[in-house]
Design a protein around this ligand. Structure first.
Ligand SMILES: NC(=O)c1ccc[n+]([C@@H]2O[C@H](COP(=O)([O-])OP(=O)(O)OC[C@H]3O[C@@H](n4cnc5c(N)ncnc54)[C@H](OP(=O)(O)O)[C@@H]3O)[C@@H](O)[C@H]2O)c1
Length: 202
């Protein structure tokens, strides 16, 4: 399979790359790194990426930013940028990617949300909103995609490597390699319209 991996240089993306690269042709995409450069906040940049990439079988996204701040400190701009980046960036990967699929048979899009949609914490209003929006999107979009093209979202809890970088206890999270198992399942399995809870792969 040819797989476009958005955010391939990141904490989750690099583990997804390691899990897929032995068996598949993985094209690394990032804003400032990778085989193809693309800014998911820009619909034009997404369309340019698809033109440059040519035919592919799957898109996996491990990128997208959302603001983390107490509600009374979240600005209009914080909400807007969270929607533009993590939510609409990934929605547009699906919308603009559909016409470029080489063979729609078992083709798939795998997006990323996060556990804060289901288990919020103080400061997570914007990111919980965006994650919940993504989960609703994949459930519905999978009903509309042509030729059975599959659309799923991976929902990770805190990732151990990220907690470690933040100076927190990594054992409170799940290693990025476990998150990668959910991506592989989404890409190579038969699920569609699903929210893949990474805790099920630990
Ligand atoms: N880490 C966690 O604990 C955790 C938990 C739950 C959910 N998530 C979600 O998982 C996703 C990835 O998290 P992460 O921790 O792996 O992130 P990360 O380590 O910060 O990596 C982000 C990746 O996304 C790329 N990127 C950043 N902005 C981009 C843009 N505008 N357009 C295209 N690519 C862009 C970066 O590429 P360049 O380096 O080239 O800019 C990098 O490869 C995020 O949506 C995050 O909310 C993470």
């Amino acid at each position: 399979m040819t797989i476009l991996l958005i955010g391939a240089s990141g904490t989750i993306g690099s583990a997804v790359y390691d899990a897929l690269a032995g068996d598949h042709d993985v094209v690394r995409v990032g804003r400032t790194s990778g085989d193809i450069r693309m800014d998911m906040e820009s619909p034009e940049s997404i369309r340019d990426m698809y033109e440059e990439a040519g035919a592919f079988d799957a898109v996996a996204c491990a990128a997208g930013n959302a603001a983390f701040n107490p509600l009374d400190e979240l600005s209009e701009d914080d909400f807007g940028r969270s929607i533009q980046s993590k939510l609409m960036g990934q929605v547009n990967l699906v919308r603009y990617g559909l016409p470029h699929l080489g063979n729609p048979r078992n083709a798939s899009f795998t997006l990323v949300s996060g556990i804060l949609s289901q288990h919020p914490m103080p400061g997570s209003a914007a990111i919980s909103m965006v994650n919940g929006g993504l989960e609703g999107f994949v459930r519905a979009a999978a009903l509309d995609t042509p030729d059975g093209v599959r659309v799923n979202v991976v929902s990770p809890p805190w990732v151990s490597e990220t907690l470690e970088e933040m100076g927190e206890d990594p054992s409170d999270g799940v290693p990025a390699a476990v998150v990668a198992k959910a991506y592989v399942d989404s890409i190579t399995g038969s699920a569609s319209g699903d929210v893949l809870d990474v805790r099920d792969y630990a």
